[in-house]
Design a protein around this ligand. Structure first.
Ligand SMILES: C[S@@+](CC[C@H](N)C(=O)[O-])C[C@H]1O[C@@H](n2cnc3c(N)ncnc32)[C@H](O)[C@@H]1O
Length: 193
């Protein structure tokens, strides 16, 4: 099956890999602005079908992109989409947890990770793999763990930034704003509970 994302065609695998949503195009636009014209190393965490990583690589020939997912089905699909768009040499798709499989430091981290509490049932996601949408407790652990990892100067450059998708918004933080971003996520989640 096929979908269109940022005016590009992608192969999707409904039921096995999360199907990209139009709201995620906002995340890509925000990341594009942050990448600018200089060579950048970008990591897409929880890449799914690879739409974010591949679109950023297509639009930014100066960027080297790493795409990580813990789902083997997602890794296979993201690789297929990178090949399809001729960017497999600059989109390194790897299986693993968050930033763990990525060597060296990144300039930009982008992520659309699960954030809905697993006690919730949202019918909009009934056909999606649950582990792509829901997380234990208040749902924020994947993002909490990612923001913690980004504090490590060995993983993110000092001027680096993080862009995450959260309830259809693209939220940005630089290395000094990670704690504020975590608080913002928790306040929003508590208000929604
Ligand atoms: C909401 S989907 C987003 C997929 C894609 N980025 C998009 O926007 O269409 C979340 C993805 O994160 C992956 N994921 C969840 N926890 C992860 C973790 N700890 N490390 C790596 N990937 C993870 C899931 O397998 C899933 O593919």
């Amino acid at each position: 099956m096929e979908t269109t994302f940022c005016n590009l065609s992608f192969t999707i695998a409904p039921g096995r890999v999360f199907t990209p949503r139009p709201a995620t195009e906002r995340l890509v636009r925000t990341a594009d602005e942050l990448i600018g014209d200089e060579p950048k190393k970008v990591v897409d965490v929880g890449t799914g079908s690879g739409v974010i990583a591949v679109t950023l690589a297509v639009r930014n020939p100066q960027a080297e992109v790493w795409a990580v997912d813990k789902s083997p089905d997602a890794v296979a699909l993201a690789r297929e989409n990178a090949r399809r768009h001729g960017v497999a040499d600059r989109v390194h798709v790897v299986e693993g947890d968050l930033l763990e499989p990525v060597p060296g430091r990144a300039d930009l981290i982008v992520a659309n990770l699960p954030y809905l509490p697993d006690s919730l049932h949202d019918p909009r996601y009934d056909t999606e793999p649950p582990e792509a949408v829901y997380a234990p407790g208040d749902g924020l652990d994947p993002y909490r763990r990612l923001l913690n990892a980004c504090r490590d100067g060995k993983l993110v450059t000092p001027g680096g930034a993080v862009v995450i998708q959260f309830h259809r918004e693209a939220l940005v933080a630089n290395c000094w704003q990670l704690e504020d971003l975590r608080r913002q996520l928790e306040e929003h989640q508590q208000a929604a509970a």
